[in-house]
Structure formats: C-alpha cells, structure tokens
Design a protein around this ligand. Sequence first.
Ligand code: PLP
Length: 370
Amino acid sequence: MRIADFALERFFARWEFAVRYLLCASDVEGYPMAELLALADPESRDLWERLRLGYAESTGHPLLRAEIASLYEGIGPDDVLVFAGAEEAIFCLSNVLLGPGDHAVVTWPGYQSLHEVGRAAGAMVTLHELREETGWDLDPERLIEALRPETRLVVVNAPHNPTGMLPTHEQWNRLTGELARRGIHLLADEVYRFLELDAADRLTAGADAFERGISLGVMSKSFAMAGLRIGWLATRDRDVLARCAAFKDYTTICSSAPSEILALIGLRAREAVLARSRTIIDANLRLLDRFFADHDDRFTWVRPRGGSIGYPRLLDDEPIDAFAARLVEREGVLLLPGSQLGQPGNYFRIGFGREDLPAALARLEAFLDG
Ligand SMILES: Cc1ncc(COP(=O)(O)O)c(C=O)c1O
C-alpha cells in the first residue's frame, strides 16, 4: 500500500515536543496517572494490581467493551471492537469498507486519515467542504447530492476537528435517515463527544442512529488520556465488526493490556474525568472569546459548538505560515496553519484543551502588540 504523508502528524513530529506552548493541540490536558488510579473502583484496582503482561483479548477486554457499550443506547459489549487509538480504527475500517470502484464522502477540512486511507485503498473520495461563510455548517442536502450508486461510506466528524462544527439534531436526522434508507455506512467520528458546549446539542450516536451507523470513540480527546492509545468502533453491523477484527490481525492483534485496564478505570469514573475536561475548556474558551473580541480587526472567530479546537482566520496580509513561523520563533507558541490540512487561505487551528492556554495566549497577545 502506498499512502500520502500525514501532513499534520509530520508537522507535530517536528514541533510537538520542541516548543514551549502547544496552542494547537487537539486533545485535553493529559490526565495524571496517579489521580486516575485513585479513581479506581475495587474491581478495576484489583485487575490493575493482578495484571499479567501477556497478550490481551484481540476484541478488547470484556469489561472494557461492556463499559464502552454503556456510552450508547442500544449497543452491547459484542457490538464493540477495541483498537490502538482512533487512528487504527480508521485505518482498519477504511480498508474493510473501501476499495477500487467504491466511493466515499468525507467532511473536510479535517483529520487527514479520514479521507486519505480510503483513497490509498483505491476508492474515489469526495470531500464535503465546510465553509466559514456558513459558520462551518454541515449541509446535509449538499452532502446527499454527492452520494452515488457506488457510495459505500460517509464520514462525518462531529464535534469537528478543526472547526468545532456540530450539526443540529434536524441536520443529523436528515443525513442519518437518508443513509439508512440507501443502505450506506456512516462512520461518525465522535472522538469529541461529551464536549458539546450545550449538552442538549449532543447528537444521537452514529451506532444508535441506524444499523449501518458506526461510532468511533477514543480515550484521547474528551477523556484526556491520549497516551493510553485506546479507541473503539461500536456498531450493530456485526459483519463489519468481524471484518475489522480480521484486518486488525495485521496491525496490532490486540491492545496494550495495562492501557485497557486504565481505560476501564477512566470510563467507570467518567463523570469526574469529563467534568475536569469541561472545566478546562470552559475557562479557556472564555479567554479565547475575549481575545478574539479584542482583536476582531486581526482575526475571524466562529465559536465552536463542541470539542476543544477552533479554526480562526488571520485577516492580516501576511500569510498564516509566515505569521506562525515568526510566532513560534519569537514566543515559542505553536499554531497549526490551515496549509497543514491542505487548505488555502489564512486559517489556523487553535486548541483550548491545555492548562497552559492562558500563558500561551498572553504570549500571542504580546506578539501582536510587538
Ligand atoms: C477527528 C479525529 N479523529 C481521530 C483522531 C485520532 O485519534 P488518536 O490519535 O487518539 O488515535 C484524531 C486525533 O487528533 C482526531 O482529531
């Protein structure tokens, strides 16, 4: 298989651990291990202490799958397959569902693997472009128009990286209803689920929406535990899950045994874990709102409806790549220019899940003043 470089991941490989302030991180500040263990219930603490470091069950630890299933309405433990992060799940599912002669529609701009793996597998991919002038809105009618007889998969990431887009319930029902009617699979990338700014906006999970709906979840973003590398697919389509399980034999075979137990602890304590994430995000978003209001002559700002990322645009004549290069050089603050997502224009990604955002923003402010 030949596949294009993952531009964003190459960018992070260069910068992530070399800069002082990562003002474009996609995740929430990593959960402290000691605090996580302190949340363990007696059963999971016992599992942790007695853990033997052999191979784990390839579908995922049964208790972890049960805990993941409880995140959904109509999903059981056997409707869940655990992976090494969301990334492995995207890789396996795209290869299983897409090949030469197939077609997919994927929201864009976005996380590159969501469209790149399908392309590398030989499928035609239509990008469903979100546009700033319509508030980065998903347009179900335009998306449905892009469907073809050979469309096998639609991929929607919501809450969305990088715009914070979240469809309304009406938009979501329209799309999922049409896909159900046409028998097309939906990959709902819900890695930012539970970080909706208004909980009433939380959508019906893809896996609950219809039989061919597939939810993608992960410990990395809302649950603030990217280092576990635990993700999952949930769907009532057992055939797809079985084919993904067979494909996974060529990637990781099974997940990391310690990570599975830590993920179990984190999910069982999810009220506390998510409350911490929301507290960080709420405080940071208030600062960003004020920052962008104060500098509305320099930037556009469409307020995200969920997640921990926004996608403003620099209004200066200077290209965003040059601006970001000067900023990182002078202040050690990293932004992600839209060019890394393949998008022209002066857009950039800003992340607000990290605890050092106030300090990073102060540096950006000083940079603007300077
Ligand atoms: C929308 C989206 N999907 C999937 C992933 C992959 O998640 P992970 O790195 O935990 O595998 C990311 C990571 O940034 C993401 O932003």
